[in-house]
Design a protein around this ligand. Structure first.
Ligand SMILES: [Zn+2]
Length: 750
C-alpha cells in the first residue's frame, strides 16, 4: 500500500456527472446514511402470489418508521391495494408478522405482493430495466420519526424488482458451495451478516474488506481480475451519496501516474486480483457504474497537468468525456465551448485517453485534451466555457508519467470479474439469483439488452479492444496418475493433485474397503496424498476408486487390482472356466472354443468371476421353473438372479440351454463387472463405435461400454456382430479382459 497512490479511492457515479447531485467523497456522507432498507427477497415474480418483506434497519432507536405508498403503485400490501388510493403503512419492530426480533431497531412490513393484471393507470411507479423484462418498482417515501424530529427519505425507484413468470419462471441452476456461499453460472452470492458492503460504501472505518474477499476465495479459485460487490440493501440518505467505490489492489504497469504495487495477498489472492468495486443496490444492474468504478483502476491519476479534478475524477474543466469524468464539449463557433451531457453516456465508447491508460491504444491515437483555464459560466452541463484554453498533448502526458508500459499488443485485454451479491443473514432465493445472473450476463454481452435499453458491454466501450467475462469458474482438479492398475500384492503409492488455482481446497477419499488414504487427506492448491492397497486374497480382479473433492467439482481415479488369477493369464482363464458345476466341461483348452456358450454355462462363469470361486450363498427355492435344484448350474443361476443381472428369458423361465448372443453377453458382462442390476444406469461413450450398433440398438450402452473398457474389439474393425452367438473361445477372452487382468484388456484396445 505504501508504494501505491490512492489504493482506497472513493468515487461517485456517472449519474452524478449528469445530474450534478453531490459527487463528494464517501466519508463526509457516512453520517447521512445510517439506515438501510431492504426487501427479502428483492426480486419477486409478477404472479401475484410470491410475496416479499420490507425491512428498515435503523440506528439510534427511532420512535416509528412509516411509509406512504402513492396511488398508481401496482402492489398489494397485506391485502390492501395501492393502485387506486395511496396507502399509509406503519412498519413494526415487535417481533411479529415477519419481524425477526423485537426492539432491535429493524422495522418490518410483510405481505407485499405485486398486483397482477393491474390497470394501466397503476404502472406509474414501475421502471423498465436493462435486463429483458425486469422491472423496478418505486414503493414510496420512508419517514423515520426520532425524538427531536423526523426525516422523510425517498426510497429509490429500483428498490424492488418484478420479474415476469413467462421469462423468469425457469430459474438458473444454483450450486451451494458452503454454508454461506452459493453460485449460479454468472453470480457469486455470499452471506454478509455485518451489512459490510453498505458500511464500506458509507466510509465507516474498521469494516473488513478482507472478510468479504476471503469468503469468495474460500471456495473459488484465484481467477478474477476484479471482485465486484453489491448488495440487496439500500442506504437511506437525505442527501447525495457515493454509490460506488473502487479499491486498487495491484498495479503492474507504468505510465498512468501512479506507481506499481501489489496488495493482492492481503485480500486472499496470489497476485491475480487487480481491483475491488463496491456498488450500491440501486446501481447493481447499471453497467455504466460498473464501468466507471472499474476504470478507476487506470484513469485519472495523471499528475501536474490539470487534468484531474476532485475525488479522483477527470476535471470538469476538460473535454476528456471519459468513464471517470471530464466533459463532452461542442464548439459553438464563437470561441466558446458548450458542455453537453452526451460523451460517454450516449456514445458508449471510452475516449482514446482512457484506452491509452489501459494499455489498449497508442499515444499517437490520443488527440490533444482541451483544458479551460477558467471555470464555466455556470457549473454543470449546458454551461459554457469561454476560455482561455490550453492543450495537453500525449507527449506532455508521457513527460510527467513516463510511457505506458506494457502498451498495445502486450497489455492485458481479457479480464474476468466476479459479480458478487452480499446478503445479510441469508442467501438469495433462486428467483433472485436468476435476476442477478441475467444482469451479470448483460455486462459481458452474453445476453442482449431489451429493445430500447441501449446498455453497452465491456467489449463495446473498449471498441472491441478488450473483453470482460463474469462467468464463475469452479475449482478443477487433475490427478496423476489418472488411473491405477496394481498387482495382487499389497502396495503403497502417491497421487499428485494439480488444482486450477492455489486457493482451491480439496479432500482425498477412497471408495473400497481394501484401499485407504494414509497421508495428505486434504490440501490447498497443488499437493499430493498417499494411499495403501491391501493384498488381494481373492481369485478375480477387484475394482475401487480414489477421488479428490472440492467445493464444486471432484475428480475420480479408477483403481483396479488383479486377483490371484492374474498371476498367469492362461492358467487363470482355464481355472475360471473349469468348474465342478460344468459337467461336459472342455477338459482341454481350445478344444471346444467354437461351441456357443449356453445361458447356464454363462451363469457359472459370471458368478465365479463375481464371487471369486464356488463359495457363495443362494436361495434354495428355485426362481425358474426350468432350473430345478437338480440342475447342474442351479447355484449359479439362482445367484445370477439374486444379483439382479438377469430376470430370465421369459416369466419364471431361464432357458439354460439356449445360446447367448454377443449383444446379450455385453449386457451380462457390464452388469457383472460393475455390480449393477439390469435397471441401473451407467456412463458410456455416446459416439457409436460399431457400424452395426446404432444408438437405437437396445444394447447400445452395454456394447459401447464394453468397447470403452477394451473388453471387446468387435468381430471386425468396424462391426460387433450382435446377433452371432458367443463362443466358448470368445467367452474366455471376455472373462480374461473383464475380470482377471483388466489392464490387459484396456491395453489391447489401445
Ligand atoms: Zn468515481
Amino acid at each position: 500500500m505504501s508504494a501505491g497512490k490512492n489504493p482506497l479511492h472513493p468515487t461517485s457515479t456517472l449519474r452524478c456527472l449528469v445530474t450534478l447531485t453531490i459527487c463528494g467523497l464517501a466519508s463526509p456522507l457516512a453520517a447521512q446514511c445510517p439506515d438501510v432498507a431492504r426487501f427479502t427477497p428483492i426480486a419477486i415474480l409478477d404472479d401475484g402470489i410470491e410475496s416479499t418483506v420490507l425491512e428498515v434497519a435503523t440506528t439510534g432507536k427511532p420512535v416509528s418508521v412509516t411509509m406512504r405508498i402513492d396511488s398508481g403503485t401496482p402492489v398489494i400490501i397485506q391485502g390492501a391495494s395501492a393502485c387506486g388510493a395511496p396507502l399509509n403503512v406503519t412498519l413494526h419492530d415487535d417481533g411479529t408478522h415477519g419481524d425477526r426480533a423485537a426492539g432491535d431497531g429493524t422495522f418490518t412490513l410483510d405481505g407485499i405482493r405485486y398486483q397482477a393484471n393491474a390497470p394501466s393507470t397503476c404502472t406509474a411507479h414501475t421502471f423498465s430495466r436493462a435486463t429483458p423484462s425486469l422491472r423496478g418498482v418505486y414503493l414510496g417515501d420512508i419517514t423515520i420519526l426520532r425524538n427531536g424530529g423526523f426525516t422523510t427519505i425517498p426510497f429509490n425507484q429500483y428498490a424492488l424488482w418484478i420479474l415476469p413468470v413467462s421469462e423468469f419462471g425457469i430459474p438458473e441452476p444454483v450450486t451451494r458451495l458452503s454454508t454461506d456461499v452459493q453460485v449460479s453460472a454468472h453470480v457469486v452470492n455470499i452471506m454478509d451478516n455485518q451489512e459490510s458492503v453498505n458500511r464500506i460504501l458509507s466510509g465507516e472505518p474498521g469494516v473488513s474488506i478482507q472478510a468479504l474477499s476471503s469468503k469468495v476465495y474460500s471456495v473459488l479459485p484465484d481467477a478474477y481480475d476484479f471482485l465486484n460487490f453489491t448488495t440487496t440493501g439500500q442506504r437511506l440518505c437525505p442527501g447525495g451519496k457515493s454509490v460506488g467505490l473502487h479499491i486498487m489492489v495491484k498495479q503492474d504497469w507504468t505510465g498512468t501516474g501512479s506507481l506499481p504495487f501489489d496488495n493482492s495477498a492481503s485480500y486472499g489472492s496470489s497476485g491475480k486480483l487487480l481491483g475491488i468495486n463496491f456498488i450500491e443496490q440501486q446501481s447493481s444492474d447499471y453497467f455504466p457504474t460498473f464501468a466507471h468504478e472499474t476504470l478507476h483502476q487506470w484513469a485519472a491519476y495523471l499528475p501536474a497537468l490539470g487534468l484531474v479534478g476532485t475525488g479522483g475524477h477527470w476535471s470538469e474543466n476538460t473535454n476528456i468525456a471519459g468513464a471517470v469524468g471530464g466533459g463532452a464539449w461542442s464548439y459553438g463557433g464563437d470561441g466558446a465551448y458548450s458542455a453537453i451531457s452526451s460523451g460517454f453516456t450516449s456514445t458508449w465508447r471510452l475516449p482514446p485517453l482512457e484506452l491509452y491508460l489501459m494499455g489498449l491504444a497508442s499515444a499517437s491515437e490520443v488527440p490533444p485534451i482541451l483544458v479551460s483555464e477558467t471555470p464555466p459560466l455556470a457549473t454543470g452541463y449546458g454551461s459554457r466555457f469561454l476560455g482561455p484554453f490550453r492543450q495537453v498533448t500525449a507527449a506532455q502526458i508521457q513527460q510527467v508519467a513516463g510511457p505506458r508500459l506494457p502498451g498495445p499488443g502486450q497489455s492485458r485485454n481479457d479480464f474476468r470479474a466476479a459479480y458478487v451479491v452480499a446478503t445479510p443473514g441469508r442467501l438469495l432465493t433462486q428467483t433472485e439469483m436468476t435476476a442477478y445472473d441475467r444482469i451479470s450476463r448483460l455486462f459481458t454481452g452474453s445476453l442482449q439488452p431489451r429493445p430500447g435499453n441501449n446498455r453497452p458491454t465491456f467489449a463495446e466501450i473498449t471498441g472491441g479492444r478488450a473483453t470482460l467475462e463474469t462467468s464463475v469458474l469452479p475449482c478443477a482438479f487433475t490427478l496423476s496418475p489418472s488411473d491405477l492398475n496394481v498387482s495382487a500384492s499389497a502396495s503403497t503409492g502417491t497421487v499428485f493433485v494439480s488444482a486450477s488455482s492455489s486457493s482451491c481446497r480439496w479432500t482425498a477419499s477412497a471408495a473400497g474397503d481394501w484401499i485407504r488414504i494414509t497421508g495428505g487427506e486434504s490440501g490447498l492448491g497443488n499437493g499430493a496424498f498417499s494411499y495403501s492397497i491391501a493384498a488381494n486374497p481373492g481369485v478375480p480382479a477387484r475394482f475401487a476408486s480414489l477421488a479428490v473433492t472440492g467445493a464444486v467439482s471432484s475428480q475420480d481415479m479408477p483403481v483396479s487390482q488383479s486377483g490371484s488369477f492374474g498371476q498367469n493369464v492362461l492358467a487363470s482363464v482355464n481355472g475360471l472356466m473349469r468348474s465342478p458345476e460344468l459337467i461336459n466341461s472342455c477338459l482341454t483348452p481350445g478344444s471346444c472354443s467354437d461351441q456357443p456358450v449356453t445361458r447356464g454355462r454363462m451363469a457359472v462363469y459370471l458368478i465365479r468371476a463375481l464371487t471369486g470361486g464356488g463359495n457363495f450363498s443362494y436361495s434354495p427355492t428355485p426362481y425358474f421353473e426350468d432350473v430345478p435344484p437338480s440342475h447342474p448350474n442351479f447355484a449359479s443361476i439362482q445367484k445370477l438372479y439374486e444379483a439382479g443381472i438377469t430376470s430370465g428369458c421369459a416369466p419364471r423361465q431361464f432357458c439354460p440351454a439356449s445360446p447367448v448372443t454377443r449383444a446379450e453377453m455385453a449386457a451380462f458382462l457390464v452388469r457383472t463387472r460393475f455390480r449393477i442390476s439390469a435397471v441401473q444406469g451407467f456412463p458410456f461413450p455416446s459416439a457409436p463405435h460399431f457400424t452395426d450398433i446404432p444408438m437405437t440398438n437396445l444394447f447400445f450402452p452395454y456394447i459401447q461400454k464394453l468397447r470403452e473398457l477394451g473388453i471387446t474389439l468387435g468381430c471386425s474393425a468396424t462391426e460387433y456382430c450382435p446377433n452371432s452367438y458367443t463362443t466358448e473361445g470368445q467367452m474366455a477372452l471376455f472373462l480374461m479382459r473383464a475380470f482377471l487382468v483388466p489392464d490387459y484388456g484396456i491395453q489391447a484396445a489401445r
